[in-house]
Design a binder for this molecule. Sequence first.
Ligand code: GLP
Length: 259
Amino acid sequence: MAEIVIVPSPADAGILVADEIVKLIASRPDAVLGLATGSTPLPVYEALRPRLAGVDVSQVRGFALDEYVGIDPQHPESYRSVITKEVVEPLGLDPARIHTPNGALETISHAGEDYEQAIAAAGGVDLQILGIGTSGHIGFNEPGSSFASRTRVKTLIQQTREDNARFFDSIDEVPMHCITQGLGTILSARHLFLLAFGESKAHAVAGAVEGPVSSSLPGSAIQLHPHVTVVVDEAAASQLQNADYYRYAYANKPDWQGL
Ligand code: GLP
């Protein structure tokens, strides 16, 4: 099963994951990071900033999970712009090595396959950061997504468009379609870190970690992966039935095991 780490605050979660990323880059300067958007990964990127100062990150590669279809890449809320602003620029990464799925309409029919080929050519993702939506989605894999799915176009459910409307002037501006790594793509990454904070994520977290493995809750796909670390605050952990065991296991974890 996944290892569940319950931390006091999102900042603590950010430090925990950032430390792992720093270790990874030290051992593999051209590490392939799986990058996520949304508010959840922000503490990771913030914690990385001072930790990577002075570190040579010129070879680091990255693949974002998803992008809106038909959005101008220059739009401030395109995931390309968000990744540039929140990850590439503050951390000093090479923009040419950081990829987002191409949401342009002209090439959308083969954009998923192109992205899969680029990930494969990079040797796959070493460490994937994941948030989880209130519907239980990871990336933009809405309920019903196949566990075997690869990068492709999906239709956003209304709840996700409502959740993301805060980034746009109105819900009407939130695109209807997205291109997202599939659950199968995400499961191919070597180490998954799923993060969640706040009461609004408690239901999705409990379903992903302890619920039945079901495409009705796409986050439950993590139960099929051999190396997953779930990092949550107390509020997001509040519906976990075995929270005491997770605390006990983490407190008594042998040092040599690492995450
Ligand atoms: C979007 C993203 C997901 C993200 C989710 C949760 O739908 N495509 O990758 O996990 O939002 O967002 P937040 O972290 O802001 O709660």
